[in-house]
Design a protein around this ligand. Structure first.
Ligand code: NDP
Length: 452
């Protein structure tokens, strides 16, 4: 059977774009890609990129306060949200353009409309056009999930936060994960009074407990009110704002309520029933190591598969798919040992096992330190940096590294190389320190803090 395309990709985000570019540009496949929104997906348009720019914007008041301590005669003026937002939008336009140029240069045919699956080799576009393809790649990503509480329509999600017409005075952030914790810090940095409600006992569940505590304490010390064990029962409109009636028995009023209570696969109305796939509990598309679904012609990469929901992971999955299917190089991506950073203030970088997970696995040594770093100590600030290595007693390999510090994301990227190569504690010890830095503590911790 002659197909219209060798590959049809649904979704122009990190995973879909990489797969399309490699399949077409490197391996000469005839590739079509449909995107219903803006090219670039969550990461570029409403995620990592605009978020990081907001992180930068929100850090200036602290930097200006520090500058004064270093002798500079500066005072912070007001923050012009509209000017920043317009510049942010222009930057996203530029990036979207770059994505489109990349796809065009790779020979990918882009369809700027929604596509749904109508069979193992068929897709239909919103305009009614139908195409056949030897392979279909589903890379539609995720979508914010908001629990079904009365008044949920009064809340916004991370999709809307970048488009606010004005910054609120008082904000409630609901959730304790990456997005909630990052936006609590961003909004606080921009001068908003921030409350964060989290239903569990400590924010950032799943990460190393000591590190979670360190991040939460630092956020609270900066003035963010974190209420753990607290959830919203309902939201009500008031003349002044939005009232949040909570499980802790309080009613508080806010100007903005941001829900960051997880993301779910974006599969509504995608036509997956035509494939007869059995989906996961939240709609994840199950795939094998090669990102192939139970329907041999259909693959899926990125957040829609619910493996590890991070942009670099989707990119690697998309690339491995293209190498496997069009490059005759069967390639898998290893989901173990993926480093990540939470862009709170202070930042939190992490790779490998938490102390708690490692302890379950085998006998370990823990090397941990917390200290006041030179730069902020000089400025008279109480901030402490935390660094922690989890080491296997049997193999001496470093099983996990957790850093809470300015630029922890940059540091953990490099630590992840060593740990991925199987570095032992003695390899760390043998490495000469770079002085004076914060990261030198990683190679100078000589005595275990505890064994377990
Ligand atoms: P997360 O899964 O990280 O966090 C969701 C939070 O919402 C958790 O604290 C969870 O609580 C809470 N929650 C879930 N359901 C409910 C509910 N019904 N009522 C109240 N609270 C609820 O999701 P995010 O939305 O923060 O981020 C989505 C994904 O995006 C992340 O998993 C991450 O992979 C990725 N991401 C990565 C970033 C980075 O690398 N820096 C930045 C932003 C996002 P509980 O812990 O109790 O389940």
């Amino acid at each position: 059977m002659a197909f219209d395309y060798d590959l049809f990709v649904i979704g122009g985000g990190s995973g879909g774009v990489r797969a399309a570019r490699i399949a077409s540009g490197e391996y000469g496949a005839r590739v079509g890609l449909a995107e219903e929104s803006r090219m670039g997906g969550t990461c570029v348009i409403r995620g990592c990129v605009p978020k990081k720019l907001m992180v930068f914007a929100s850090a200036f008041p602290e930097a200006i306060a520090e500058a004064r301590e270093y002798g500079w005669d500066v005072t912070p003026g007001p923050f012009d949200w509209t000017a920043f937002r317009n510049k942010l939008e222009a930057e996203l336009d530029r990036l979207e353009g770059a994505y489109r140029t990349t796809l065009k240069n790779a020979g990918v045919t882009v369809h700027d409309e929604r596509a749904v699956v109508t069979g193992p080799h068929q897709v239909r576009l919103a305009s009614g056009a139908e195409f056949t393809a030897r392979h279909i790649l589903i890379a539609v990503g995720g979508w914010p999930f908001v629990p079904d509480i009365p008044g949920k329509e009064l809340a916004i999600t991370s999709n809307e936060i970048f488009h606010l017409t004005a910054l609120p005075k008082r904000a409630l952030v609901v959730g304790g994960g990456y997005i909630a914790s990052e936006f609590a810090c961003i909004l606080h940095g921009l001068g908003v009074e921030v409350c964060q409600y989290y239903r569990g006992a400590q924010i950032l569940r799943g990460f190393d407990e000591e590190a979670r505590g360190h991040v939460a304490n630092a956020m609270q010390a900066r003035g963010i009110q974190i209420h753990c064990g607290t959830d919203v029962m309902r939201l009500e409109k008031t003349p002044e704002g939005i009232r949040a009636v909570s499980t802790d028995g309080t009613d508080r009023e806010f100007d903005l309520v941001l829900y960051a209570t997880g993301r779910r696969p974006n599969i509504a109305g995608l036509g997956l029933e035509a494939l007869g796939l059995e989906l996961g509990r939240h709609g994840e598309i199950p795939v094998d190591r090669y990102s192939q679904t139970a329907v041999p012609s259909v693959y899926a990469v990125g957040d829609v598969t619910g493996r590890v929901n991070l942009t670099p992971v989707a990119i690697r999955e998309g690339h491995a798919f293209a190498d496997t299917v069009f490059g005759a190089k069967p390639t898998t991506f290893d989901h173990e040992l993926i480093a990540s950073a939470v862009f709170t203030q202070p930042e939190f970088g992490s790779v490998g096992l938490s102390e708690e997970a490692a302890r379950e696995q085998e006998p370990i040594e823990v090397y941990a330190t917390a200290f006041r770093p030179m730069k902020t100590l000089f400025a008279g600030k109480p901030d402490r940096v935390m660094m922690k290595l989890i080491v296997s007693q049997a193999t001496r390999k470093v099983l996990g590294c957790h850093i809470v510090a300015p630029e922890a994301g940059e540091m953990i990227q490099l630590a992840a190389i060593a740990i991925g190569m199987g570095a032992t504690k003695e390899d760390f010890d043998r490495t000469c320190a770079v002085h004076p830095t914060m990261a030198e503590e990683l190679v100078t911790m000589r005595k275990p803090t505890r064994t377990a």
